[in-house]
Design a protein around this ligand. Structure first.
Ligand code: SAM
Ligand code: TMP
Ligand code: ZN
Length: 405
């Protein structure tokens, strides 16, 4: 039996998304031989309710020098992280020498604002390529995996932190025991750990099963985070729902007994209880919706292609690896995917081998249909590509269900 990575409780699988590649490994044309695959399946812990992957992909396979995801690629996300940084700066404004640490700082999208304010900070990120981009923005970065050993080294060299922050990173880290020991070593007695990740409540509500891929190991709820915090000597003291990336929650943890939880914690817990979120019946229903989406999307794309229409995709997201490989969508259904990330262009999508091209290729000439893989950036992309709709093009979306706009 597979057991929970946090509490060793029994894991029950509720969804199998089949053989999947590394979602951010874009092979060069002609170099698809020997691609890595693993079984992407999700289960729920019968003890602490944490939803998690059944199989863990070695971290070095995912996060390395060539990790192609650049957080600054979206203007909406740049604004989100600037506002986040200003919020963090406000909470430490009274401290004579505050210290802010970010786990998974990527290209410095958040810490650049902290650095600009002259506040002591450190980003930790194992992906050397993105870390260099952060340094170019004046951000101090340690190229390493955050874990207990790294945290001890940082605390010894630079002292303890007021705030440790992580966006779209904690859910990537199966080894939470080491992370929390590290946080305990690094945080000041009254310090807080703030993290934000995709919210299971939104994933279930929107059937956004593409949030499930190798990097996303945990799918948090207020209930499971409260239990996780407790397990490691911390307490959930605040939650805030965020609209970014298709729906996230920002959780604030403090050492047990050091802060009074805000009313929002009890409210979100009650909301989750009323919806039976993370109850087996809900997760089974979600899995059935996922299978329905797969069948409908595959049928739609097959029909459009059979009718001779030209269909391309937009946004070679990590999420889209799950959709393409689970639904069997390859170059025979989608001519190419456009993406603004230079490191992905000229390559093939992981596992499904659809060519990735620059956004310029989109209008040259416009296709009749475009599958929006980067649906979480819909507003930004649709505004940028207004002409596509004006010329009669239709966007295909698959969340919350398969539809066209
Ligand atoms: N925080 C950025 C954001 O929200 O856009 C980046 C998110 S990106 C999906 C995850 C980042 O976490 C990557 O840059 C990756 O290299 C980094 N990462 C993975 N494991 C890590 C670890 N143990 N410690 C620190 N960073 C890690
Ligand atoms: P994400 O959903 O993980 O943030 O990935 C978004 C992907 O979409 C990333 O590869 C960059 C790409 N993208 C574009 O090509 N054009 C855009 O306007 C935006 C916002 C993203
Ligand atoms: Zn558990």
């Amino acid at each position: 039996m597979t057991i929970c990575r946090i509490c060793a409780g029994p894991l029950t699988e509720f969804l199998d998304l089949g053989a999947q590649p590394n979602s951010d490994a874009f092979p060069k044309p002609g170099e698809t031989e020997g691609e890595f695959f693993f079984r992407l399946a999700v289960g729920r812990c019968g003890s602490c309710t944490m939803v998690q992957l059944m199989e863990e992909v070695p971290r070095e396979r995912m996060f390395h020098e060539d990790y192609p995801y650049h957080s600054s690629g979206s203007s909406v996300m740049r604004e989100h992280f600037e506002a986040t940084a200003r919020g963090i700066l406000a909470t430490v404004a009274d401290d004579p020498d505050p210290f802010v640490v970010e786990i998974g700082c990527n290209d410095g999208v958040m810490l650049a604002t902290v650095a600009g304010a002259g506040v002591r900070h450190l980003g930790v990120d194992p992906s050397a390529g993105v870390a260099d981009r952060a340094r170019a923005k004046g951000v101090r970065v340690r190229t390493a995996f955050f874990e207990e050993e790294t945290a001890l080294a940082i605390a010894a060299a630079e002292g303890r932190a007021d705030v440790v922050y992580a966006a779209n990173t904690l859910c990537h880290l199966p080894y939470l025991e080491s992370i929390f020991r590290g946080l305990d070593a690094l945080l000041k007695p009254e310090g807080v750990f703030v993290f934000e990740d995709p919210y299971l409540g939104d994933i279930v509500e929107r059937t956004s099963f593409d949030q499930i891929y190798d990097e996303h190991f945990y799918f948090f709820t207020a209930r499971s985070v409260q239990s996780m915090a407790h397990h490691y000597g911390f307490e959930l003291v605040d939650v805030l729902r965020l609209p970014v990336h298709g729906g996230e929650v920002r959780y604030t943890l403090a050492r047990r007994g050091t802060r009074v939880p805000t009313a929002s914690v009890a409210e979100l817990l009650a909301d989750e209880d009323s919806k039976d979120l993370a109850e087996p019946v809900t997760l089974e229903r979600f899995a059935a919706e996922v299978r329905r989406t797969r069948d409908e999307l595959t049928a739609l794309l097959t029909r459009l292609r059979a009718e001779g229409h030209r269909v391309v995709a937009y946004g070679a997201t990590a999420k889209s690896a799950t959709v393409a490989n689970y639904c069997g969508i390859g170059p025979e259904l989608i001519s190419f995917v456009c993406d603004s990330t230079p490191a992905k262009q000229g390559r093939l999508t992981p596992g499904s081998h659809i060519p990735v091209r620059t956004p310029d290729a989109f209008g040259d000439p416009y296709p009749e249909y475009a599958l929006l893989f980067a649906w979480n950036h819909a507003e930004e992309i649709m505004a940028k590509e207004q002409k596509f709709r004006e010329r009669g093009g239709r966007w295909i979306l698959y969340t919350p269900d398969v539809h066209m706009v």
